[in-house]
Design a binder for this molecule. Structure first.
Ligand code: ASP
Ligand code: MG
Length: 432
């Protein structure tokens, strides 16, 4: 079993120790994966944002050290390495992506040395393991890399099995691996969930548990919808839609490795043992509805005369956008309208990139309109169309649905209110 502890949960070491003991008492070997302690990755990002500020860097190093009391010598060496890396950042032009990832990875490295020591102090045979040394291989997309399973499988299995065979408990860093070029590559913010699920898949774990302090998979963000409630079960597909549609609780790539191997993923709260979400193939057909917001976004309407009769018009538009590095967050179409939902910083680039299309296809672009996407996820969501409150569709700029996810673009400032209305109609009034 793989047990992953999020940054905030590490603030409660006594509970973590208890969790590890309980997991071990089940009898199967365990592998731990740990995030950086809460706020540490933010501090490191802050340090990188100010590449020349030696004063800030020294403060950050001091703070990292202060947040990891009683570090063993191996952990102190990682803090020293952080200091040297930041000095290197001060001398660089601030745009060295692998160096930045190297700095960011130090949060997890210090964390596992600290956590292993905490567990050892309690008599547990914990051993810190740094994922790049273990052989968790990623592509070269620094800052948002993907794990390469075929290359990682051999070294990760061998490395972890060797420790497990000795009766030890590996404590592996989340968040990063080693790129094909042999440098440190991070998996994107929140990447420790993804690392844990990948490690579970690589070693053939039966279960991966993601332990968070107070976060759980809820029916909506409780800061916007106070009556949001925990979701006990999700299918892989529902969880994947949820993670990719911006529910912050899981890194978007977390689900796929578990799905591919049929591993049960459990997301649970350390705060409240009754709150847990099981993500597995054998879901009992429960009717889940989870709602999220994506914002701020901009919608462009591309009006194509005779659009339906023009083969390839969507390909043409998206080809030009892709070449300019613009990601289409959502696409709504009718016969003459192509509505593109984009992130605000991409709008000007998109308008320029679409110029050839407007010239050649005599299309007209209208917008940008400020929108929020309200998204409802759950198997069989189309059965709920008759429940949609009027307020949700009134004045909507776009609507699209598959049997599992429904998205409505509403004027930007109405997002939260529409989310609450939808939640009332699809979750609260329907009951558990
Ligand atoms: N420490 C990294 C972050 O804060 C990775 C993680 O916590 O999952 O994004
Ligand atoms: Mg974190």
């Amino acid at each position: 079993m793989v047990l992953k502890f999020g940054g905030a949960s590490l603030s409660n070491p006594a509970r973590v120790v208890r969790e590890v003991r309980a997991a071990r008492s089940e009898g199967a070997p365990i592998v731990l994966v740990a995030s950086a302690r809460e706020g540490i990755t933010d501090l490191l990002s802050e340090a990188i944002l100010h590449p020349r500020s030696g004063t800030l860097h020294r403060r950050v190093v001091e703070e990292v050290r202060r947040r990891h009391p009683d570090l063993p010598p191996t952990g102190i060496r990682q803090v020293d390495r952080l200091r040297r890396l930041l000095e290197q950042v001060e001398r660089s032009d601030g745009h060295d992506a692998p160096l930045i990832d190297r700095v960011l990875s130090q949060g997890e490295r210090v964390s596992v040395h600290w956590l292993a020591q905490v567990l050892q102090n309690d008599g547990l045979p914990a051993v810190p393991v740094e994922a790049d040394h273990l052989g968790l291989i990623t592509d070269n997309a620094y800052g948002a890399s993907c794990i390469l399973f075929d290359r990682s499988r051999g070294p990760v299995r061998r490395g972890l099995h060797r420790l497990i065979a000795r009766g030890e408990v590996p404590v592996v860093t989340g968040y990063f691996g080693r790129s094909l070029e042999g440098r440190v590559a991070t998996l994107g913010r929140g990447g420790s969930d993804y690392a844990a699920s990948a490690i579970g898949a690589l070693i053939g774990a039966s279960r991966v548990e993601l332990v968070k302090q107070h976060v759980a998979v809820l029916s909506a963000d409780p800061r916007i919808v106070p009556e949001a409630r925990p979701i006990p079960e999700l299918s892989y597909e529902e969880a994947e839609e949820l993670a990719q549609f911006g529910a912050r609780v899981l890194h978007p790539l977390t689900i796929e490795p578990a799905r591919a191997q049929g591993i049960t993923l459990r997301v649970r709260s350390l705060d409240d043992p009754t709150v847990a979400t099981t993500i597995s193939p054998g879901r009992a057909g429960r009717r889940n509805r989870a709602l999220t917001l994506l914002r701020p976004l901009r919608l462009l309407r591309l009006r194509v005369p005779g659009g339906r009769q023009r083969p390839g018009i969507i390909a043409e538009a998206s080809h030009h956008l892709a070449a300019a590095g613009v990601n289409i967050v959502q696409l709504y179409t009718s016969s003459a309208l192509l509505c593109l939902v984009l992130e605000p910083p991409h709008v000007l680039t998109a308008l320029r990139a679409l110029a050839p299309v407007t010239r050649e296809a005599a299309a007209m672009v209208e917008g940008p309109h400020r929108v929020t996407l309200v998204i409802a996820i759950g198997d069989g969501i189309l059965d709920d169309l008759d429940r949609l409150p009027r307020a949700a569709v009134e004045g909507a700029e776009g609507f699209s649905a598959t049997p599992r996810a429904l998205s409505i673009a509403v004027p930007e400032d109405r997002g939260p209110e529409v989310l609450r209305d939808l939640h009332r109609a699809l979750v609260t009034e329907v009951g558990p």
